[in-house]
Design a protein around this ligand. Structure first.
Ligand code: FES
Length: 322
């Protein structure tokens, strides 16, 4: 199989700026992206730098960006990639910002690992360090955390996350999915402490912008976005949620659906921000002119509103702490 690759090259010690180099390779039909990188390094240019270790989708080190999508190089068949993206595949580091690139496809992942460390991604439990038998949990308890447990910390979700790119303090989908991995584990004794940490505004679950890019790129099917949603629920269930813009936003959402059966975008902002809503007045006027929001008394009601109200009442969880 003939393959053409355009590879991002940048050596900060020599180059003023990054550039792309094109390689034409002859590879087996079942080759993966990592095979192509190995072929370039071993047969064309030994200076090409990239990370890899296990070649089995376990270590998470070979994550790269291929034609704009974050993938594991060792799990991405070239044939399928060519079918999806065309004859020339562009391979870049997960983050192409010059200051993040150590060399070629190798990026500095310090902030990613620092955040991973902050959420204490290990079991905190009073368990005998030298047990005579295994500490078993029930199959249904394992199901709760199974998907989250598949995370290999490759960073594909972290570098695709819209919230991380806008706010570098945000813990990111990987660290939050790891948090859920342990808050959902019946053996863990630090659930409250963990939820308290990810409840913090500016860094935690309330700063997820719900772009869902993490679901799209996760090569292991972890679905970090849904784990973040589970954390929201746990925060309410454990009475850890405090009144703030984010939690009031959630309450406002429920209030609006209960009242109209559909979302009243204008009132949602008022509900979340209270008197601070005045700072959004110019946007509100512009939205009103385009018919995107209306006055509360003009809001239509959904068909079956009574049924919607009942469904919300049945499913509603705890109220917020003051
Ligand atoms: S080399 Fe280990 S996940 Fe790809």
């Amino acid at each position: 199989m003939k393959v053409a690759l355009k590879v991002y090259r940048y050596n900060p010690e020599k180059d003023d700026k990054p550039h792309y180099e094109k390689y034409e390779l002859e590879l087996r039909d079942d080759a993966v992206v990592l095979d192509a990188l190995n072929e370039i390094k071993w047969s064309f240019d030994g200076s090409l730098s990239y990370r890899r270790s296990c070649r089995h989708g376990i270590c998470g080190s070979c994550a790269v960006k291929m034609n704009g999508k974050n993938v594991l190089a060792c799990k991405t068949p070239l044939k399928e990639a060519i079918e999806s993206f065309g004859d020339v595949l562009t391979i870049e580091p997960l983050n192409t910002k010059k200051e993040k690139v150590i060399k070629d496809l190798v990026t500095d992942k310090k902030d990613f690992w620092d955040k991973n460390k902050k959420v204490k991604p290990f079991l905190i439990a009073n368990i005998d360090e030298h047990p005579e038998k295994e500490n078993l949990i029930k199959p249904e308890q394992v199901e709760e955390l199974e998907e989250a447990d598949y995370c290999i910390s490759c960073g594909c979700c972290y570098d695709a996350c819209g919230s991380v790119s806008a706010n570098n303090d945000f813990l990111g989908p990987q660290a939050l999915a790891k948090t859920y991995r342990f808050t959902a584990d019946s053996r863990d004794n630090a659930k409250e402490e963990r939820l308290d940490f990810v409840n913090k505004l500016g860094i935690g679950v309330w700063d997820c912008i719900k772009c869902q890019a993490c679901i799209e790129v996760c090569p292991k099917g972890v679905d970090p976005f849904t784990k973040i949603t589970h954390l929201h629920n746990q925060i309410f269930e454990e009475n850890i949620a405090k009144k703030n813009v984010a939690t009031k936003h959630s309450e406002g959402f429920v209030h609006s659906i209960k009242k109209h059966g559909i979302l009243d975008e204008g009132m949602l902002v008022l509900y979340s921000e209270g008197v601070n809503v005045v700072r959004h007045l110019p946007e509100a006027i512009a939205m009103m002119k385009k018919g995107k929001i209306t006055f509360p008394w003009n809001m239509p009601k959904s068909e079956g509103i009574e049924e919607i109200k009942k469904l919300i009442e049945i499913s509603q969880t705890n109220d917020l702490k003051g």
